[in-house]
Design a binder for this molecule. Structure first.
Ligand SMILES: Nc1ncnc2c1ncn2[C@@H]1O[C@H](COP(=O)(O)OP(=O)(O)OP(=O)(O)O)[C@@H](O)[C@H]1O
Ligand SMILES: [Mg+2]
Length: 233
């Protein structure tokens, strides 16, 4: 459920179980107010599309949710503050991949021995995801030699391999064609269904939003002007 009310005010039995809660959140860069009094609660297992025109504040909001940007005023309660078992993984617009390293080496960055029984398990998961998303034949290719779409897929796979509670992605399909975008989203949808992955996805891609179940939070000039079911876009 996504609500403009505080968890204390909202009804229902699960109101304490939210993952993220933003209360009267404002973010300023000097004199620019990027986010204005945003009120937002996100629950485990939700798929939320962040929409809005360029400059509306989508990236700023994702950065707050990912713990990379502190509010100027108001409150941001993030998953790791609620429980140490939560982990939030971000796929930034610039992807933050190591250009001189191969696709596979970049994915190994996500390896954590506390998350996998063995390196073999990790490798198997990496192989499966790479096959599903068409990266398998490029595992040895250096990132600097990959096209934009391939880089986006590598960044998404790396994020999934870190087994996050919530995945935040900033325009992750901007370099992907329609088919690849849908395939990627099908994989994420599967993680959402099977593993309860919470997905927060900034996008301009209305076609994609219409194809998949989820909610939207629409920003306009820093204000959250709509939050609710995506069927109304
Ligand atoms: N580091 C920064 N320093 C100064 N102003 C910034 C900074 N980052 C963002 N802004 C400004 O804050 C506002 C919100 O920007 P933000 O990048 O969050 O929007 P966005 O919705 O992600 O836009 P886009 O769709 O173009 O990615 C814009 O006016 C932008 O120019
Ligand atoms: Mg942005």
């Amino acid at each position: 459920m996504l609500t403009g009310r505080t968890p204390q005010q909202s009804g229902g039995s699960n109101h304490q179980n939210y993952l993220f809660h933003l209360d009267n959140l404002t973010v300023e860069y000097g004199s620019i107010r990027a986010l204005k009094s945003v009120q937002l609660t996100i629950y485990p297992g939700e798929i939320l599309f962040l929409t809005g025109p360029s400059g509306a504040g989508k990236t700023s909001l994702l950065n707050v949710l990912g713990g990379h940007l502190a509010p100027t005023s108001g409150k941001a309660i993030l998953p790791h503050e609620r429980s140490s078992k939560h982990f939030v993984s971000s796929v930034f617009q610039d992807l933050r991949l190591m250009q001189k390293k191969s696709c596979e080496d970049n994915m190994w960055m996500a390896y954590d021995s506390s998350l996998y029984d063995s390196k073999n398990d990790f490798f198997r998961e990496m192989e499966d995801l790479s096959r599903l998303l068409g990266v398998y034949d490029h595992l040895n290719q250096k990132i600097e030699d990959c096209n934009g779409g391939l880089k986006q897929k590598v960044a998404m796979i790396r994020a999934l391999l870190s087994k996050p509670t919530a995945l935040l992605a900033d325009e992750p399909t901007s370099s992907l064609d329609k088919e690849s975008s849908y395939r990627l989203f099908e994989v994420l949808n599967h993680f959402n269904h099977k593993k309860g992955l919470t997905l927060i996805w900034a996008t301009h891609n209305k076609e994609l939003i219409k194809q998949f179940p989820g909610k939207i939070a629409h920003l306009d000039q820093g204000r959250l002007v709509y939050s609710g079911h995506a069927c109304f876009i």
